[in-house]
Write a new protein. Structure first.
Length: 607
């Protein structure tokens, strides 16, 4: 078996595997729509063949009417009436087909959108840092609302076109075997070239995904309001435009090269097709010349050849399309069935979070290594936290502070070591239950382009309509100081993404994020740089409020402003991923170590 034959068989096998898998899903989604669409497509396949016979009969009727006059007119009317009914049925089937397709598309979009988003939401954060897997996610999440239906419809269109061609083949065989052979010679080359082109295009699409993402990113830097100020202040537009052009042009040149290659192949195939059509037409002329072909048959057969050419283009495009959809569907199922590490939510063998009896958090020999880079971010860290303690985590950028709190929250799994809540290993705790009792605000918090109620209420979504709770959370961070400026109060849409949205300063957004964290009223609170955009006076007031409201709650906070560490019961000092010091402010200042050095440097700015 040659390599090309082996690859062709692999493509056919892949297409059939994906096709049957997708057809099974589409049937389960909406059996009635599936059956109706199938009936419509197959019924439509016979209309062109029947129309050929109608044309033939009509031409014969015209000849009879021309030779015999009015007595034969009734035959022509009957044929016209039949043709009217045939074409009307075609219109009805097309309209029904369109309506049923939209209904099936709705079911498919809801199904695959739910599957992709659910799978994505369950993946651990580390999966989003694997570039090849993230590229796969981007591919499957693009156009998923059409892919499932297109695959099924392409399959039905192939059946429809195949039935139509078979009907034409039978008709042509009745006249001359060479006509039927000519039909086959038209079909095979067209299918081959279209399938090859689709394979090349999809392979190119996969290969170009990283460059396409970079091109889109550079373009978004020029069109996104969020980055407009910095692009202008640093005069970055020329550089960014050039970078966009580099990546876009790189992909474009590759696509043009493929287009040139396929154009040469298409020229040869189409030239061969034209030769076959010319030879078939010449055969029809010869049959007419020797009296074996009447005028009505000649017109009907010419119509068949013309229809076959159009039908071949449709069949070839759908065959090419179904292979493309098979390649996409393979990616889709690879993603949905992947064994990439997922967060174990609601596992039956997991233990509930020990919220009511929480006494301490224990970290022993914690180590975290990024799987992509092999870089050690946390190295042999151990400490214990008593219930209700306020822990400050400090250190230079890149020391591992944010990674440590992500491990404490179960967002990153430890490479080695253990984290325990009241003696229960985090790896044995039901993460969904845990997240009912812990909350966090990160320095890269989300600015939800939704209402203020939703922005705060997302902290505990079941209580979003509790206005008293909203007001309490808003008062903690100072959101209540500007809420009267919002036209619809808590129901005002924030941000600029949607019409009527109210834009806020970054500091106001940060206060809302802090309110979101406290809205959850959790036992464990993590604040990762919560006051980075607040002025010192507001920061001091906020931390004083936080200190009061977190009595009895275990609180971790990261801050580069070491003055706030005075309010902490204990300070953890990280450097190069290692815990090098711990104690309260006075103890660490007396030890004259890393913390004392950092604090003294900051203090000099205020002296």
């Amino acid at each position: 078996m040659t390599e090309s034959v082996r690859k062709t068989l692999q493509k056919i096998s892949l297409t059939f595997q994906m096709m049957f898998k997708m057809i099974g899903i589409m049937f389960r989604l909406s059996p009635l729509s599936f059956i109706l669409l199938t009936v419509c497509e197959i019924s439509l396949s016979f209309i062109p063949v029947v129309q050929i016979f109608v044309t033939f009969k009509l031409m014969n009727a015209v000849q009879l009417i021309a030779s015999r006059g009015l007595p034969e007119l009734i035959i022509g009317y009957r044929i016209l009436l039949f043709q009217f009914g045939l074409l009307l049925m075609g219109i009805i089937l097309e309209l029904l087909n369109t309506h049923v397709s939209k209904n099936l598309r709705l079911h498919a979009t809801l199904h695959f959108g739910n599957e992709i988003s659910t799978k994505s939401s369950r993946l651990t954060l580390l999966n989003f840092e694997k570039h090849d897997f993230y590229d796969l996610l981007q591919r499957v999440s693009t156009g998923f609302e059409m892919r499932g239906l297109l695959f099924f419809q392409s399959f039905l269109q192939i059946i429809q076109s195949t039935f139509t061609l078979i009907g034409f083949f039978v008709v042509l065989m009745r006249f001359h075997w060479a006509l039927a052979v000519g039909l086959l010679l038209l079909v095979v080359p067209s299918l081959f070239i279209n399938i090859r082109e689709t394979h090349f295009q999809f392979s190119q699409f996969v290969r170009q995904t990283p460059a396409s993402r970079r091109a889109n990113y550079f373009f978004s830097l020029l069109t996104n309001r969020e980055w407009a100020k910095e692009v202008r202040i640093f005069s970055l537009s020329h550089y960014i435009v050039n970078q966009w052009k580099v990546y876009y042009k790189q992909n474009g040149i590759e696509q043009l090269a493929l287009d040139r290659k396929m154009s040469i192949l298409k020229l040869g195939i189409n030239g061969f097709t034209l030769l076959i059509v010319t030879l078939v037409s010449g055969l029809l002329l010869n049959l007419a010349a020797i009296g074996k072909l009447s005028l009505s048959y000649f017109i009907a057969l010419v119509q068949i050849i013309t229809t076959v050419q159009g039908n071949l283009k449709v069949l070839a495009s759908y065959l090419a399309n179904i292979y493309e959809q098979a390649l996409y569907t393979r990616d889709l199922f690879i993603f949905l069935e992947s064994e990439e590490e997922s967060e174990e939510l609601e596992e039956s063998d997991k233990l509930p979070f020990p919220a009511n009896i929480l006494s301490e958090i224990t970290v022993r020999n914690a180590m975290f290594i990024y799987p992509n880079t092999g870089r050690t971010v946390l190295n042999n860290i151990s400490f214990e936290v008593k219930a209700g303690e306020k822990i400050a985590i400090v250190g230079e950028n890149g020391s591992g502070k944010s990674t440590l709190v992500k491990c404490l929250l179960g967002l990153y799994p430890l490479t080695e070591g253990i984290i325990e809540y009241n003696g229960v290993s985090l790896s044995n705790i039901d993460l969904k239950d845990m997240r009912k009792h812990v909350t966090a605000i990160f320095q890269d918090f989300v600015q939800y382009q939704l209402t203020l109620r939703e922005n705060i209420g997302f902290g505990k979504i079941d209580y979003m309509d509790d206005n008293a709770r909203l007001q309490s959370a808003a008062a903690i961070s100072g959101v209540d100081q500007f809420i009267n400026q919002l036209p619809q109060g808590y129901d005002t849409t924030l941000g600029y993404s949607f019409m009527g949205g109210q834009e806020l300063s970054f500091g106001q957004w940060q206060k809302i994020a802090i309110s979101r964290a406290f809205f959850s009223d959790s036992e464990v609170i993590v604040l990762d740089e919560p006051t980075a955009s607040l002025d010192p006076m507001t920061e001091a007031v906020l931390f004083e409020t936080i200190a009061q409201l977190t009595q009895g709650k275990t609180t971790f906070f990261i801050s580069h402003r070491l003055g706030v560490c005075r309010a902490a019961d204990r300070i953890l000092v990280l450097k190069n991923g290692e815990l090098i010091e711990q104690g309260n402010h006075d103890q660490l200042m007396q030890s004259n170590g890393e913390y004392a050095r950092m604090f003294s440097i900051q203090a000099e700015w205020y002296q």
